[in-house]
Design a protein around this ligand. Structure first.
Ligand SMILES: C[S@@+](CC[C@H](N)C(=O)[O-])C[C@H]1O[C@@H](n2cnc3c(N)ncnc32)[C@H](O)[C@@H]1O
Length: 302
């Protein structure tokens, strides 16, 4: 199958504003959404023979984003749940959970044209996601996006998702790990760690193993090495939940068009399906869509 060019990907992500709530996002969000779009198409294609797969969006947002500093179109793009609902071949169902009352209401309105394939619930990812999955997902192949802004996502939720009893394989997880934008900011070097940050770190990592890295960092371990160790810790814990394949991609982009690139966060994928892993490996390896909106230079047509 021919690969989409970056312009085709952007055109598919783009949408017209509808006057309702849209999430303000940065340029680098396009990379996440493009990754999702490409994977879901492959996932839906692979699931056709078993009646379609299910997409779960644990922190769903309102369904539309506005790209700040967009110097090239599109300025408005579909959010994750709408990308899933528009995926062809069709996914069987999309279950979206969103805590914000306005975001949930607007997402429900935007999802209404998709009828019963779209289920939108206002709720909390950490208390409501697993019971909702047990109610609506059953044994179908399932891919779950967990896309927090900061430290909203508890490790206990990930562990519970991994242990849901199913006929088919484990629920595939696609997690945004906000290492640079959130996690390392919990850990001060010059003052003492406050109890609130300690609690958040322990909730995020599902234990206190992070303290070993933090202590090493305070004792002189370099920042890049410490970040790599936090990231490895998180990924190792996913493997210990029984995922055979765990891979990550750092999302690197300038804060402003033309600026120098830095890492903002990491996309982590966990599956026990070798084909799913191969597909995501292929997608993770493409240096694609950000070239165009960030620099105006055409992509390689990859
Ligand atoms: C990064 S945004 C998601 C963006 C979305 N994936 C998209 O593509 O548009 C995170 C969303 O999670 C919601 N949220 C925050 N805490 C939550 C929680 N505990 N449970 C469910 N949703 C939550 C926020 O209101 C926000 O809309």
């Amino acid at each position: 199958m021919a690969r989409k060019t970056d312009e085709q990907i952007l055109a598919d992500l783009g949408t017209a504003p509808d006057g309702r709530l849209a999430r303000d996002v940065n340029l680098w969000t396009l990379e996440k959404l493009a990754t999702l779009q490409l994977y879901l198409k492959a996932f839906a294609t692979a699931c056709q023979s078993v009646g379609g797969g299910i997409f779960v969006d644990g922190l769903a947002g309102p369904g539309m984003c506005r790209v700040q500093d967009a110097v090239f179109p599109p300025e408005f793009v579909h959010g994750s749940s709408l990308i899933a609902l528009q995926t062809r071949p069709m996914l069987e169902r999309c279950l979206s959970i969103e805590k914000g009352p306005n975001e949930a209401k607007v997402l429900r309105e935007r999802s209404a044209p998709f009828g019963e394939r779209a289920i939108v619930k206002q709720g909390d990812v950490n208390s409501d996601l697993v019971p909702l999955i047990e109610k609506y997902v059953g044994g179908a192949p399932c891919f779950c996006l967990l896309d927090p802004e900061g430290s909203e996502l508890d490790w206990s939720t990930i562990a519970a998702l991994a242990s849901i009893g199913r006929r088919s394989r484990k629920i595939e997880l696609f997690i945004l790990f906000p290492l640079e934008m959130g996690t390392v900011r919990l850990f001060p070097l010059k003052k003492n760690l406050d109890p609130g940050s300690r609690e958040v770190a322990t909730r995020t990592f599902g234990g206190d193993e992070w303290e070993v890295v933090y202590r090493a960092r305070r004792d002189g371990l370099g920042a890049p090495e410490a970040k790599a160790r936090y990231l490895n810790l998180y990924q190792d814990k996913l493997r210990r939940l029984g995922y055979k394949h765990v891979r990550e991609k750092p999302i690197k982009a300038p804060s402003k068009p033309g600026g120098s690139r830095r890492t903002h966060y990491h996309l982590i994928f966990a599956t026990d399906h070798p084909v799913g892993d191969e597909i995501m490996e292929d997608i993770f390896e493409r240096p694609y869509i950000l070239q165009f909106p960030v620099t105006g230079q055409r992509g390689l047509g990859i």
